[in-house]
Design a protein around this ligand. Structure first.
Ligand SMILES: [Zn+2]
Length: 192
């Protein structure tokens, strides 16, 4: 479990993150995903987000069975932290909780009054609103680590899983301070 002090830091980060996400819906950069990692004495929280264009190739509600399957497959891949990110084995991290979601943002949608229509209800209207909009995949992982002092490096496989991605912006908050790096297909590992 995360300590209270870290949770306070985390809620500050989350507040910042919410703003970032809201902006990203309008202006996320295709080809760039973001990973945030908050580490404390007992574990870590990882948050990943990516433009849907780089995950499934479209940024609207899936329409065909193939597209629906693509979203389902992507959510399954993004729910598996160890497929995305490798942490040192010596840290002994185990995932306590993982979830991924797919969010479609219509152009000009200010993110308020989220209407969750039943399938096919107002479908045409949704489709029209979605044109020109963006969509993102988000994933969040809570983990407990036997020895967080062994969390000295991070390696990613996202470029193998999603070849359209060109960069992964990594932001780390650890007891020792904050750090960050931009990983690319040519540079998939960083020190923490
Ligand atoms: Zn987009």
């Amino acid at each position: 479990m995360l300590k209270a002090a870290t949770l306070a830091t985390l809620s500050l980060m989350t507040a910042g993150l919410a703003v970032t996400v809201a902006k990203a819906q309008d202006a996320h950069v295709h080809g760039e995903a973001i990973l945030q990692l908050v580490i404390d004495d007992t574990g870590a929280l990882a948050t990943f987000k990516s433009p849907a264009a780089d995950i499934v190739g479209f940024e609207r509600h899936p329409e065909t069975d193939v597209e629906k399957q693509a979203v389902a497959d992507a959510l399954a891949k993004l729910s598996d932290f160890t497929a995305l990110i490798t942490l040192p084995e010596a840290a002994g991290c185990t995932i306590d909780d993982a979830h991924a979601d797919f969010e479609v943002e219509a152009a000009g949608d200010d993110h308020e009054g989220h209407d969750h229509h039943d399938e096919d209800e107002h479908h045409d209207e949704d489709e029209m609103q979605a044109e020109g909009g963006h969509a993102e995949f988000h994933a969040e992982f809570e983990m407990t680590c036997a020895d967080t002092s062994s969390l000295t490096s991070l390696q990613t496989s996202v470029f193998d899983l999603f070849p359209s991605l060109e960069a992964l912006e990594v932001e780390v908050v650890a007891p020792a301070g904050q750090s960050g790096a931009e990983l690319t297909p040519q540079s998939t590992e960083m020190s923490l």
